[in-house]
Design a protein around this ligand. Structure first.
Ligand code: 13P
Ligand code: SF4
Length: 312
């Protein structure tokens, strides 16, 4: 009897498929992925893969980004219901009205958006490159930033810009609270607080390090002698513990205290069984309307070009 992880590896080889996984995936799904990374890395790997099939173990907008970059490839997402509350907080028709109401602005959109929103965008960013891409514009540039108000406020604060912000948020990162983190700090006074910029401002003010999932991981790998309270989706702890097996990582819980760590229910929809089924049946497949894709590819390519130039 072949185990499911081995069966996935065999199918992947037979079909010339690549499995890309986000740090927020279940640990066992990360373990079968060829590459595990943050949103920027997933887009970069999708853009350069020679595989015929991309299995995007992440959420739908990540699959769309891969499909827009590689229209000739088959892009599969193990569970089509893996959406994103942040992307949902920015419907394309409402965002189009917002953009039209503010002429003369450059539109910068976080990658956590639908392809239809990217089609209204001048340049896409991720949490790894948002600061540098915003700073690549002259200080007087008028900018609309969407959809994450927390990331947008954070970038405004660190760059001194005054970008107009769309009022969206991620339900997972909004659930972290200063009270719970302060409680953990009392129990672990030497632990550093690592926080993702999608967290609320008050949480970010308590953080020792603010950064994308990749940046938080990199910090911990450089300083494995410290211990960490981690305020981002708890899936990242899998890779943190793999790379720093002797370091203590404490997940920050959601404010309602319903569980010890904060998980994205959308990311958790992808299971090993669904990865196997989707590779076997080559479904569910991500599709993007051709006109939307033709417009959305430009701001994504622009992000990849700027990131390459900056060595990100
Ligand atoms: P990064 O992968 O850029 O850290 O973003 C996290 C996230 O919310 C993905 O859904
Ligand atoms: Fe979207 Fe938040 Fe889940 Fe990331 S963690 S996929 S931003 S809902």
């Amino acid at each position: 009897m072949v185990n499911i992880a081995e069966a996935i590896r065999q199918l992947k080889k037979e079909k010339n498929a690549v499995i890309l996984g986000h740090y927020y995936q279940r640990g066992e799904v990360q373990d079968v992925a060829d590459y595990v990374g943050d949103s920027l890395a997933l887009a970069q790997w999708a853009a350069r893969t020679q595989a015929d099939i991309i299995v995007m173990c992440g959420v739908h907008f990540m699959g769309e980004t891969a499909k827009v970059l590689c229209p000739q490839k088959k892009v599969l997402v193990p569970d089509m219901a893996a959406g994103c509350s942040l992307a949902d907080s920015c419907p394309a028709d409402e965002f189009a009205r917002f953009v039209a109401a503010h002429p003369g602005h450059t539109v910068v959109s976080y990658v956590n958006t639908t392809a239809a929103v990217k089609a209204l965008t001048d340049v896409v960013v991720t949490s790894t490159n948002a600061r540098q891409i915003v700073e690549s514009f002259p200080p007087e540039e008028k900018i609309i930033f969407g959809p994450d108000r927390n990331l947008g406020s954070y970038i405004n604060a660190v760059t001194g810009r005054h970008m107009l912000l769309w009022d969206g948020a991620c339900h997972v990162h909004e659930r972290f609270s200063t009270e719970k983190i302060a409680g953990l700090k009392r129990q672990h006074p030497d632990a550093l607080v690592l926080a993702h910029p999608e967290c609320k401002e008050a949480v970010l003010q308590m953080a020792d390090v603010v950064g994308s999932t990749a940046a938080l991981l990199k910090y911990a790998v450089r300083h494995p002698e410290r211990s960490y309270i981690v305020a981002t989706e708890a899936g990242i702890l899998h890779e943190m513990r793999r790379q720093c097996p002797h370091t203590e990582f404490i997940p920050a819980p959601p404010s309602d205290g319903t569980c010890a760590c904060n998980e994205c229910s959308y990311m958790r929809l992808n299971t090993l069984e669904k990865v196997y089924d989707c590779l076997l049946n080559e479904t569910p497949e991500v599709t993007v309307d051709a006109d939307v894709a033709a417009k959305a590819v430009r701001p994504i390519q622009r992000m990849l070009e700027i990131s390459a130039r900056l060595g990100l």
